[in-house]
Design a protein around this ligand. Structure first.
Ligand code: NAD
Ligand code: MN
Length: 483
């Protein structure tokens, strides 16, 4: 080891974590009448951070009622430009409190501060700014001259991007004139509860945003509540399927953002060094807890050895460890359950004959950790080539011709994202047109922008979030067509 970095920890003194939290209903924190509270921990140390309320059916009902009242009495009646002002105010407070949000996100989730500070929080603010601008321009959204809000939205989000997923859900819903009840994931509730304080600070009318905490049962009670008009869910395909069944035949409008098994395709004329950076960002960003992660590398056979040896060299420089250290590249796995899933699928990969490799790396003793891992000699029938691992594990396959690359890339029940690396613009466009994926990145990966719609085909879900398209999920067009 020629040299090493000194520790550069971000101070956590900026965050003020309370010992326990209630539910945020009707603009106030209230005690849950439902189940027993649970604890949220830091996955990097297993330290208990706070005790969290478990919303039961009567709490869910109170939250939906508060959202309904705010919808009919305040939010729907406000001039659209006034709604926009609240969203701009929230966006500015997010920027002002960005360090606090980033530190708390890294503590509760395990993601590196470099990412929460430079990616999650700035993108969260950008989504609020972007949709704030739409609030008084809905007639130009392409949904008819005077599109109407749907009513109360039930929103359930996962643990991988707690703040960003919340922004994707809440900003367009509010801009379009809906009110919301949002449930964060059970392992990462703290930043949603901090966002509730931000809503208070912004003087958002009570009941426009309600945050209820709990596990799957709370989520189910929320999405099955008869008085919600819209369900927005991000999470596993399995739960998404259950929700689609329970919402079928009701008046509820539904968007689902589910899993993925994206192909990242490297052609022999790609700039190899840049492609290697793109591969690393594609699968090791956020510990691979990314629905659109580039978890299947498809590399053209003639450059496979070169790409794989550069990739190995690059992986030896990744720093795994304390999420609050500013030099950390890969943080903690979000939960013991998720670590168990990653270990199990990786063991199956070895058993089925793929070759496993990780760089040497010292993992902390406490907490949940998994080293950056690549599998070579993967065949399309292997479980690790088909199942979403949702961890820092890359399956590498090779191809000879562009047609073979497309066939292998599309050989998945998912269809959320893909990446194409080539020097030829014409080849990128031709391949992108043939890929059954909602987002196709060209010579880059995992890039997000509030103006750009995001969403999947097939088992990756339906509906789009982001951009003008993201408004359609929260509006009923009045020109006789469904939005
Ligand atoms: P999950 O789908 O169980 O949880 C996601 C959210 O849904 C959480 O808030 C959870 O409390 C809630 N929920 C659980 N059951 C529910 C129900 N019946 N009705 C309503 N809400 C419910 O996901 P998980 O168990 O945390 O992760 C399992 C796998 O899902 C991961 O390994 C990964 O493959 C996938 N996943 C995908 C994404 C994504 O962004 N697409 C996010 C998280 C997990
Ligand atoms: Mn946690």
């Amino acid at each position: 080891m020629p040299f090493d970095y000194a520790p550069a920890p971000e101070s956590r003194s900026i965050v003020d974590i309370k010992p326990s939290y209630g539910l945020f209903i009707g603009g106030e924190f209230t005690d849950a009448k439902g189940g027993t509270p649970f604890k949220t921990i830091s996955p990097a140390t297993e330290e208990v951070l706070a005790e969290i309320s478990q919303a039961g059916p009567s709490d869910v009902d109170r939250a939906v009622k508060a959202a309904r009242t705010a919808y009919t009495q305040t939010w729907r009646r406000l001039a659209p430009a006034e709604r926009g002002k609240y969203l701009f105010r929230i966006a500015r407070i997010i920027q002002e409190r960005s360090r606090e949000l980033a530190v708390l996100e890294s503590l509760d989730n395990g993601k590196p501060i470099r990412e929460s500070r430079d990616v999650d929080v700035p993108l969260m603010a950008a989504h609020f700014f972007y949709y704030a601008g739409w609030a008084d321009k809905l007639s130009y959204a392409g949904l008819g001259p005077d599109p109407k809000p749907l009513g109360v939205a039930a929103q359930v989000i996962p643990w991988n991007f707690p703040l960003l997923m919340m922004a994707w859900k809440i900003a367009p819903a509010l801009a379009a004139g809906n009110t919301v009840v949002l449930k964060p994931a059970e392992t990462t509730p703290l930043t949603a509860l901090l966002f509730a304080e931000i809503c208070q600070q912004a003087d958002l009318p009570p009941g426009v945003v309600n945050i209820i905490t709990g596990a799957g049962d709370t989520g189910r009670a929320l999405v099955e509540h008869p008085d919600v008009d819209k369900i927005a869910f991000t999470g596993s395909t399995e739960v998404g399927r259950q929700i689609a069944i329970s919402a079928a035949g009701t008046h509820k409008k539904l968007t689902l953002e589910l899993g993925g098994k994206a192909a990242n395709i490297i052609f022999d004329d790609a700039p190899i060094d840049q492609a290697v950076e793109g591969i690393v960002n594609g699968i090791f960003f956020n510990q691979g807890h990314v629905c659109c992660a580039g978890s299947r590398l498809l590399v053209q056979e003639s450059v496979a050895d070169e790409v794989i040896s550069s990739l190995r060299r690059r992986l030896k420089t990744l720093r795994v460890g304390d999420p609050l250290d500013k030099n950390t590249d890969v943080g903690a796995i979000n939960s013991a359950e998720q670590l168990g899933r990653i270990r199990k699928l990786s063991a199956i990969g070895e058993k089925e004959g793929a070759v496993r490799w990780s760089p040497p790396c010292d993992l902390p003793e406490r907490g949940f950790w998994f080293p950056p891992t690549i599998f070579t000699e993967v065949s399309p029938s292997h479980r690790i080539a088909r199942d979403e691992i949702f961890g820092p594990v890359l399956s590498i396959l090779t191809f000879r011709t562009p047609d073979e690359a497309v066939a292998k890339a599309n050989n998945t029940p998912y269809g959320l994202s893909a990446g194409v690396w080539s020097d030829k613009g014409s080849r990128i466009l031709a391949i992108a047109n043939k890929l059954r994926a909602g987002v196709v990145w060209a010579n880059t990966f995992n890039r997000f922008d509030p103006t750009s719609p995001f969403g999947g085909y097939k088992e990756s879900g339906y509906g789009r979030e982001g951009g003008r398209h993201g408004l359609a999920a929260y509006l009923a067009s009045n020109d006789g067509e469904s939005a």
